[in-house]
Structures are given as structure tokens and as C-alpha cells.
Write a protein that binds this ligand. Structure first.
Ligand code: PGA
Length: 260
């Protein structure tokens, strides 16, 4: 059985004091919602402050990036063990990292490996661009991305996947629940082929891309979709709370359908 996850990716938004304010607005409401893993991912510099605020609550903390080396002369980078002391989750391979910071499948693979080694729960992002989608290459692109950035061991260690079609991120142009369900079913099939039925059924696969309080129900009611990675709407306390609440009410615990 898979517990849904709603993760808020704040991206490069909020100063430390703004982050504190936002967490204060939603902490209690989030804490009261069951049957969903609630994760917030503020910028690195706010992790310590937010950690203090959510202490003792059921809200979990995540980072938005990581470096794969353990320590040393890597100016500006953050090592796995530095994060492990502060948070539980880490987003890896977001399309913005791939696009603006030239992260390749190989780099992402090393980051996932380093995160797992440090005891973090990686949320690996994959997804096709608009032109690839229009050319009918979605499944091919996703297979390539998974091949480059994962090994069987990662799935066995609890890797979380976020399927985020690049054309749906920050555009207000979300995919449809049906489309996403089909693609996530395909991803689960790949995990099944790489590992086994149990791991495929246990792996949580989220959707991301223009998720709001108005469309979350469409996604979460699909059998393959185990939650969402939310960008813009995670910066508004009422929106994020509503997304988590609806997920708790509709989502429930899911058992893999397509991989058995
Ligand atoms: P969005 O971002 O919800 O603003 O589209 C999602 C993401 O990039 O994870």
C-alpha cells in the first residue's frame, strides 16, 4: 500500500523571514491532516529555521538540490550529510536543474546515489519537453531518463519519482489525469521489469506541473498517481492546505494496478 505524498517545491522564492511566515500560516492545518506525507521544500538557507518550526509536527522537510561529493573544495555546494542533519527528503533532477544548470543523467544518477547513501529520500524528477510530447516520444524520453539516472538498487531503497512534463511546469497548462495515469503506469512497468512486482507496487510516483487546489482531485483520483510535486501553489498557504486535504480525502492508500 502506498501513502500519497504532497511535496511543495518553493523553488527560489521566500527569504528566511518569509519562509517562517509561510510555515506559520500552514503548519497547524497541515499537521491535522492524516494519510498523506506532507513535505515542504524551502530554499537551503531556510531549512534550519523551518526545521525548528515544524519540530514535533507531522510535516516533513525536504531540500531542492544536493551535491554528490561528500565534502571538500566545491564552493557553493551542499553535501548529502549536511542535508541529512536537517531534512528527510531531497528533490533531484528537476527540469529547471537540467535546463539551466546542465544536469545530465549521469550527474543526477550520482546525486540520487549520494542522497540514498546519506539516508535521504530522493524525489527524482523526470519528464518530456513539449516537442517530445508532440512527437509522441514521451515514453521513449522517460525510459532514457530513468535508464541514465537510476539502478535497480535505488528503487529497492525507496526512490520516489515525480513525473513532471516540462510543458506543464509553471504554465498553468496541466496534463490531464488520464494522460498522467497512463504515463505513470508505464513508469511502474519499467520498475517492474527492472526489479519485481513488489518494488513496482511500492514505489511512489507523483505528478507535477501546474497542480492547484482546483485540479488536484483529477490527479489523485487516478489509481497510479501517488500525489503531487507542487510549485506555485505551494507558496500559498490556503491552496497548499486544500491540495493536501483533498489528497487525504480522495487519495487513500493505493495498490499498484498495472504492474501485477
Ligand atoms: P508548478 O511547478 O506547480 O509551478 O507548475 C511544479 C514543479 O516544478 O515541481
Amino acid at each position: 500500500m502506498r501513502v500519497p505524498i504532497i511535496a511543495g517545491n518553493w523553488k527560489m522564492n521566500t527569504t528566511v523571514s518569509e519562509a517562517v511566515e509561510l510555515v506559520n500560516e500552514m503548519r497547524q492545518g497541515l499537521d491535522e491532516i492524516d494519510n498523506v506525507d506532507k513535505v515542504i521544500c524551502p530554499p537551503f538557507i531556510s531549512l534550519a529555521a523551518v526545521r525548528e518550526l515544524i519540530k514535533g509536527s507531522s510535516v516533513k522537510l525536504g531540500a531542492q538540490n544536493i551535491y554528490f561529493e561528500e565534502k571538500g573544495a566545491y564552493t557553493g555546494e551542499i553535501a548529502p550529510l549536511m542535508l541529512a542533519e536537517l531534512c528527510e527528503y531531497v528533490i533531484i533532477g528537476h527540469s529547471e536543474r537540467r535546463q539551466y544548470f546542465n544536469e545530465t543523467g549521469e550527474i543526477i544518477n550520482r546525486k540520487v546515489q549520494a542522497a540514498l547513501k546519506a539516508g535521504l529520500k530522493p524525489i527524482l524528477c523526470i519528464g518530456e519537453r513539449l516537442e517530445e510530447n508532440e512527437a509522441g516520444r514521451t515514453e521513449e524520453v522517460i525510459s532514457q531518463q530513468l535508464k541514465a539516472s537510476t539502478t535497480r538498487k535505488y528503487y529497492q531503497s525507496g526512490l520516489i519519482i515525480a513525473y513532471e512534463p516540462v510543458w506543464a511546469i509553471g504554465t498553468g497548462m496541466a496534463a490531464t489525469g488520464k494522460q498522467v495515469n497512463k504515463t505513470i503506469g508505464f513508469i511502474r512497468q519499467i520498475i517492474y521489469q527492472k526489479c519485481c512486482t513488489r518494488v513496482a507496487q511500492e514505489t511512489r510516483i507523483l505528478y507535477g506541473g501546474s497542480v492547484t487546489a482546483d485540479n488536484i482531485a483529477e490527479f489523485i483520483s487516478q489509481p497510479e498517481i501517488d500525489g503531487a510535486l507542487v510549485g506555485g501553489a505551494s507558496l500559498k498557504a490556503d491552496q497548499f492546505l486544500s491540495i493536501v486535504k483533498q489528497t487525504s480525502e480522495i487519495g487513500g492508500l493505493k495498490e499498484g494496478a498495472s504492474s501485477s
